[in-house]
Design a protein around this ligand. Structure first.
Ligand code: FES
Length: 120
């Protein structure tokens, strides 16, 4: 049976002051971004872009996640890439890039402390 595990991310107070928190977790072998969206919902995603590993951040004005490297955009509710499909014209083949979604993690809130919920 799968066991639920929790990783401490930050407190809600800190998220209210900062735009987002980014942390690496050995347990996940992933770096995650935690932020409050425009509706004040807490979200946690991988902060590693599925394109080439660029750093993901949350653009609160536009209300979506973006990559610092080539500016791909991702839905803050699903992690779905909003920049796709991207048509590349390379000789002699045309091909389409179909990016993966950003990995989404579930949130556990306890006394205003934010945890990431994962299965081992
Ligand atoms: S590495 Fe993120 S868009 Fe290229």
């Amino acid at each position: 049976m799968e066991k639920k595990n929790f990783l401490y991310i930050t407190s809600k107070d800190i998220l209210l002051k900062q735009k987002y928190v980014i942390k690496f977790y050995d347990e996940l072998k992933d770096e995650v971004i935690c932020f409050l969206d425009k509706d004040n919902d807490i979200k946690i995603y991988s902060s590693i872009c599925p394109h080439f590993g660029g750093e993901i951040y949350y653009d609160k004005k536009k209300d979506y996640l973006r990559c610092k490297w080539h500016d791909w955009k991702f839905c803050k509710n699903t992690g779905k890439c909003l920049s796709y499909p991207i048509k590349l014209k390379l000789n002699p083949y045309d091909f389409e890039v179909r990016p993966n979604n950003l990995k989404n993690y579930s949130v556990k809130l306890k006394n205003d402390e934010i945890y990431l919920n994962y299965e081992k």
